[in-house]
Design a binder for this molecule. Structure first.
Ligand SMILES: NC(=O)c1ccc[n+]([C@@H]2O[C@H](COP(=O)([O-])OP(=O)(O)OC[C@H]3O[C@@H](n4cnc5c(N)ncnc54)[C@H](OP(=O)(O)O)[C@@H]3O)[C@@H](O)[C@H]2O)c1
Length: 267
């Protein structure tokens, strides 16, 4: 059992703590945040150890997780660098900051820190997360395994090259599903369904078939063919959505997300 210290106790830390508790983690979990109220809340909800002092938090870390927003990373790492100077030992640090590359991270805090990046999903709260990991070439296999096993305790893990990280970040967000659900349910209500039935029907439309596809052996093409009879209602609806710019809207959204991720690299 090692001590995992989270720097930043916001949204994604809260989701990861829930997933870790659900998976009955044996890690000792410590959270540092600048907001005492958030620390109190996390302690109450997840029985974690809270540490308002950064140096004391860093000192006890086996693995350190950087979970502040990209715009706060530089300032935090300046303080972490000073704290690590006092610790004076090798430390594995995993950054969750979207768009901030390994090169910038290791420039901010170099050896004895070893860096990795992770992109977890808040769906890890329910144990159904998906996390992308990327490592610098020289990171020892044992460190990679430690990071992999930690994130695998609350969902699936994929290891991808850092050059693909921004595209993954923009694509994998569960916000796409929530956004589509909210949009479809709103339109369904306007078409006459009550809110409860609109949400039920929309959630089935967006989620149940996809879960079955993931768990089954049928190709996406064959399932699409099965669900949309040529000349039928589903086929006409999908064709109209495409003609109205569904693909274009998704492309434009993804392009903006990629630009935002790249902008984070300079923060
Ligand atoms: N949310 C997600 O689904 C998700 C998924 C994958 C990756 N990420 C990444 O995870 C990181 C955190 O995202 P989030 O959504 O959890 O953000 P968040 O909710 O804003 O949480 C960040 C927390 O860190 C605190 N903080 C900021 N600077 C600090 C400092 N110097 N020392 C101590 N605490 C500090 C913030 O306090 P204040 O609010 O007072 O500033 C806040 O409580 C981001 O880099 C994001 O790209 C997020």
């Amino acid at each position: 059992m090692s001590t995992v210290v989270f720097l930043g106790g916001g949204r994604i830390t809260s989701a990861m703590l829930a997933g870790l508790r659900l998976g009955k983690t044996r890690h000792r979990l410590v959270v540092h945040d600048c907001d005492p109220g958030k620390l109190r809340d996390l302690k109450k909800r997840y029985a974690v150890i809270v540490e308002p002092d950064l140096t004391r938090a860093v000192k006890q870390a086996g693995v350190l997780i950087v979970a502040v927003r990209p715009s706060s990373v530089r300032e935090l790492l300046q303080m972490v660098g000073k704290a690590i100077g006092k610790v004076n030992r090798r430390l594995l640090v995993v950054s969750l900051a979207a768009g901030v590359p390994l090169q910038a991270l290791s420039k901010s805090v170099g050896p004895p820190v070893q860096w990795a990046r992770a992109m977890p999903s808040p769906v890890c709260r329910s144990g159904r997360g998906l996390t992308a990991l990327t490592f610098p070439r020289m990171l020892p296999r044992a460190d990679r395994k430690r990071v992999h096993d930690f994130f695998a305790s609350f969902g699936q893990v994929v290891e991808i090259p850092e050059s693909k990280f921004d595209a993954f970040t923009v694509t994998y967000s569960c916000s796409h599903g929530y956004h589509a659900l909210a949009t479809l349910a709103r339109v369904a209500q306007a078409a006459g369904l009550d809110r409860k039935t609109a949400l039920l029907a929309s959630a089935h439309a967006l989620a149940d078939g996809i879960i079955a596809w993931r768990e089954g052996r049928h190709s996406l093409e064959s399932l699409l063919e099965e669900a949309a009879t040529p000349g039928g209602i589903a086929a006409a609806t999908a064709a109209k959505m495409d003609a109205a710019g569904y693909g274009r809207a998704v492309r434009q959204g993804v392009a903006v997300g990629l630009r935002r991720a790249r902008a984070n690299a300079g923060k």
